[in-house]
Ligand binder design. Structure first.
Ligand code: CA
Ligand code: CA
Length: 196
């Protein structure tokens, strides 16, 4: 009986010790990024504090900034949609989200003026930040809003067509209209940087 009591005590103490280890902290802390300073997106809208969006950063020489609209960079080396998304994140921005007709027009003009896109299967459109990867036909931005809520739903003629049942990522035609494309299609892409 005494042995059983000692074993129970040891197990109890070991459990307490493990609970105090850093590794026992909730995993969710890994994903939480507190914000400081400027806390808005390109339309000065408050951000939910639980989303790991990137902070607005200092202006970059390689981005074009348009007052009241945003800062953008057209990448002319073609990559897949997900590689484009990660590249934008790595440089402190995000794959562009169009929140108005004015923004769509401004980004389209930038796309038209950009140097030729290299290695792209198509050069008349570039990847931007929306998809219907969660549910076919339900297109949302990479920040989770429907296109209607985000503020721009100007699809190209006959789009979205989900061609071959395989077009789940978003792109912008040089005409200023939206297209759905296969996510592994190599395309140029447009990053956006938050400004306040
Ligand atoms: Ca689709
Ligand atoms: Ca399409």
């Amino acid at each position: 009986m005494a042995i059983i009591f000692v074993v129970i005590q040891i197990l109890f103490c070991a459990t307490l010790a493990m609970a105090q280890e850093p590794s026992a902290r909730p995993v969710v802390n890994v994903f939480y990024q507190p914000f400081s300073g400027c806390n808005c997106d390109s339309r000065n809208m408050p951000r939910p504090p639980y989303l790991p969006w990137n902070q607005p950063s200092a202006k970059r020489d390689d981005y074009t900034y348009m007052p009241g609209i945003g800062g953008y960079k057209v990448h002319t080396r073609a990559v897949s949609w997900n590689d484009a998304r990660m590249t934008c994140e790595e440089e402190g921005g995000y794959l562009a989200i169009l929140n108005s007709i004015a923004e769509a027009n401004a980004v389209t003009e930038l796309l038209k003026k950009s140097p030729p896109i290299t290695g792209a299967l198509h050069t008349n459109f570039a990847s931007i930040g929306f998809h219907d990867l969660y549910r076919e036909g339900q297109h949302v931005t990479i920040h989770g809003q429907t296109l209607a809520k985000a503020g721009f739903t100007g699809w190209g003629d006959g789009q979205p067509d989900n061609l071959s049942g395989n077009e789940n990522c978003g792109a912008l035609f040089q005409s200023g209209k939206l297209n759905d494309v296969a996510c592994d299609t190599l395309l140029g892409f447009i990053c956006e940087a938050s400004i306040c």
